[in-house]
Design a protein around this ligand. Structure first.
Ligand SMILES: [Ca+2]
Ligand SMILES: [Ca+2]
Length: 303
């Protein structure tokens, strides 16, 4: 089978064919020209776009730079202001520290002063206590001396009275006068109290009657009193209040006679320092705050 192209290649081209080729050539040239124009236009558009884009970028960059510059300036101003504020704050802090230090020093001074005043106050208080103690001792000493002097004076007066009575009796006078309700024996008068009293109450009652709790110095006197004694017991003027076991009569004379119950004085219980005469006439040391129904006073008779 024969190829048609090989048949055409074998023939010479006619004028129609050449004309067609020219037309095709022209058409191809127009097409090329149009493509070139399109490319040029595209290039121009692209260039314009890039130029616009670059312009925009440059504008944005310039504005950004301006903004950054403004921000930088503002930041510098702010930093400067903050720095100034910080410096001022530091200065304030230093001033406050200095003030606090001064206040601390003042406080320490005040505390030291308070401590010194406390010490001084304590010393003054001790001195005052010492002075008060000295004053109390002086008062006590004065009172003791006054009491001793009064006791001595009272004893002297009693001795004088006794001597006076003895003198009057030796001269034949009768010295046996007693107040009403008092009982005479020898040269003394006796009052037999009959109401419940403690020893100290009995003592002051006798004083109010111008007498004192009875002092007994011999057997005759004891026998006389035993005849009139309250059966429940009576306080007498004997006690060991100051020195335990050292009994003293109210007339300050020594214990030259005694009539103790067997086993007495025993200073029993919490201490027995006041003496009572039992119903039997015997003596017993008893608790001074006990109440007894009887108590005996004595005083010198008058002539
Ligand atoms: Ca006693
Ligand atoms: Ca006793």
């Amino acid at each position: 089978m024969m190829n048609p192209h090989s048949q055409e290649e074998g023939r010479e081209p006619g004028p129609e064919v050449e004309q067609q080729d020219v037309m095709m050539l022209h058409r191809r040239q127009r097409q090329c020209s149009r493509q070139a124009v399109q490319i040029a236009v595209s290039a121009l558009v692209t260039a314009a776009l890039w130029a616009g884009l670059l312009t925009l970028i440059l504008l944005w960059h310039w504005e950004t730079m301006q903004d950054l510059k403004q921000l930088g300036d503002t930041a510098v101003l702010n930093i400067s202001q903050v720095s100034k504020d910080l410096e001022r704050h530091k200065a304030d802090q230093m001033a406050q520290k200095s003030q606090a230090s001064q206040m601390l020093q003042n406080m320490e001074k005040i505390q030291a002063e308070q401590k010194r005043m406390k010490t001084q106050d304590s010393e003054l208080s001790r001195n005052l206590d010492g002075l008060q103690e000295d004053l109390s001792n002086l008062k006590s000493q004065g009172l003791n001396e006054r009491r001793t002097a009064l006791d001595s004076l009272e004893r002297l007066q009693e001795e004088v009275a006794k001597l006076w009575i003895e003198l009057r009796i030796s001269n034949g006078s009768m010295c046996n006068t007693c107040p009403e309700k008092w009982v005479n024996f020898q040269w003394k008068c006796y009052y037999f109290g009959e109401s419940a009293k403690k020893w100290i109450q009995a003592r002051y009652t006798c004083s109010s009657l111008q007498g004192r709790l009875v002092s007994i110095h011999n057997q005759e006197e004891q026998d006389f009193l035993a005849k009139h004694i309250n059966e429940k017991g009576s306080w007498i003027g004997l006690r060991d209040l100051n020195i335990e076991g050292e009994f003293v009569w109210m007339d300050e004379n020594p214990l030259d006679y005694s009539n103790w119950q067997t086993g007495e004085p025993n200073n029993g219980g919490e201490g027995e320092d006041c003496v009572m005469m039992l119903g039997s006439g015997k003596w017993n040391d008893a608790f001074c705050n006990s109440y007894l129904d009887g108590w005996i006073c004595d005083q010198l008779a008058t002539c």
